[in-house]
Design a protein around this ligand. Sequence first.
Ligand code: ATP
Length: 740
Amino acid sequence: MLKRLEVVGFKSFAKKTVLDFLSSTTAIVGPNGSGKSNVAEAFRFALGEQSMKSMRGKRAEDLIFNGSHSVPRANRAAVAIVFDNRPKGAHRPFKIDFDEVVIERAVLRDGTSEYSINGSKVRLRDIEELLAGANIGETGHHIISQGEADRILLASPRDRRAMLEDALGLKIYEFKKQEAEKKLGKTEENIGQINSLRRELAPHLRFLESQVKKLERADSLRTELVGLAQTYFAIEDAYLAHEKEKVAGEKRDAAERLAQATAELSAIEERATTDAEGVKHLDLVRRTEREVERVGGERGTLARSLGRVEGALAAAKERSARVAREPYAKVPREDLSALAREIEKQAEEATTPEAISAALSAIRKAVTAFVGRFIAPADDLLADEERAAYALENERTELLAKDARFSEELERTKSALARSREAMTAHDETGRELRRRILDLAQAKAHEEGSVAKSGAREYELNLLSESLEREKGEVLALGGIATVSYAPLAQLPAEDRQTQDARKRTLERTKIRLEEAGGTGEDIRQEHKEVSERETFLATELEDLAKSAAGLRALISDLDTELGKHFSEGLAKVNASFSEYFALMFGGGSARLALEEAEEPEEGSLAYAEEETDEAPKEKERLGIEIAVNLPKKKVRSLMQLSGGERALTSIALIFAMSQVNPPPFLILDETDAALDEANSRRYGDMIENLAKKSQLIVITHNRESMSRANTLYGVTMGGDGVSKLLSVKFEEAVSVAK
Ligand code: ATP
């Protein structure tokens, strides 16, 4: 499967040198210092060796051809190994889909390395994985450098274990495990970070949760407030509207009544203070009374006149009678005194001008009559007397008619007086009624004025209540939002007493205070709480995922450990069987075996040591190193250090061959591993090589004739004066001579 090695600019191989490996065993021969070991190192280099020391250099530059007096130095060293990758059985040796695999590495003077697989640039890691998959390990157990045959014997038990694992092809598990552990480390780091984030978040989240709880309490209070406020305000609105309407009606009615009373009162009062009608009544009564008096007086006068006329008439009649009987006129004294009395009386009674004139004419007539009786003859006298009587008779008739008229008038005036008196009395009665009415009206007016004032005061009070209600609404709105004042007006005031509404108001006030204490709507707090808890949930989920993947990785690691352990134990047993066999073969007896070292008990006293161990102990136990126990025939040797150089080489070879036998590497390079062997052992070594070559391709760098004789192909390496290694195919005889 190893097809070819191409070297250019690497160490002493200044020019491009190609080594074809067409047979199972190739020997490389040549004089000391010609550059044979450089071939083995070229393999190491191309396979990704990082240790300069194992390539006998200090810096990368040491790997690049350094030039000689005739050949200039190279700036780049490159080595390519060409593998045949055609499927063997069901699988290709390398897990890539090419019939040929070329692994190449180049190094520049600045120390940078470039890797490629089939011409594509890759990372070292890719090379390592590809090789591990083909059982070409990085510990280089398949490249045994010159003088390093006993490296495995000198290595520490743990390094030895690594070499053994590598040889057993378990490196791939190791890789997987490392990868898993790296991932686990990252995962645990992430877990730690997330945990610390959550720890940081926790107090804030707790705080926000308590705040949100408070806000939720405030929410329910607000809902409560909305309900209360709507009911209270709706009822209060209805109440105030109802009251206002009521008081407005009352006021209107009272004002109406007041206006009525006032109007009526002023009308009545006007009538009462200027009682013209009363005066008229009184005046009429007085006038009528006077009329009655006047008519009465005149009638009296008339009556007296009538009496006098009737007296005079009677006297005239008597005198005419006497004149007729007696021719002389004798004047009795009595007549004279009667006449005197009559005149006196007439004079006395004539008070009014009419009476005076009447009296005067009466007196004149009386006197004429009296005198006539004595002056005129008897006949004349008689005729005179008769004329006088006639005149008196006429006068009397006249007076009687007059009296009749007076009587009639008197009756009329008297009845008029009675009427007017009646009217006056009636009027006086009406006045009393009016005064009573005025009093009533004044009382009513005062009452209605009171009512109007009361209604006004009530209106004022209701307006104040309205204002304070509006203020209240404003406050509640600010506290509980628009919903508190968004309600339908009530069609009518509920049938309940005011105390119910008062109680409602008190509850509303209490709720307001509680809500105020509970704080605002806290939108920002809610938002923050939402964000923080989402973050927390996210982190928790993340943590869960990480924990899951950590658990998965741990399980994987543990599975890998188990598998590794299993394969290792099996491998170890097989290697031991071969090792012992080869050992006995090499030494003509005796035995050797590999054993897991005893787990060391941590020493007491050193704290630092103890601490280090507690962490490492379980891992250490799983990865116990490998001890080598040898039992030489006829010798009592305990320690490997007690073996001779040759014995160490034999033991080492036995072990290397045993390992290679159990899990054959694709190729094995043995650089003068046979150097310390005597002739007999060289033969045994040669036998083993032949045996080994059945399973692995062998490249043997040797000066040993026996070893050369077992090879199918022989290359000679020479170095001329130009310091450049040259390669040539040689025959066995040539090789023997070249090697010398
Ligand atoms: P021996 O048989 O004694 O073991 P060898 O054939 O194995 O010898 P090497 O050790 O492979 O020889 O070759 C060493 C040679 O390579 C030396 O001559 C050394 O000068 C040469 N050499 C090593 N590194 C460089 C370099 N960077 N440039 C040029 N020549 C180098």
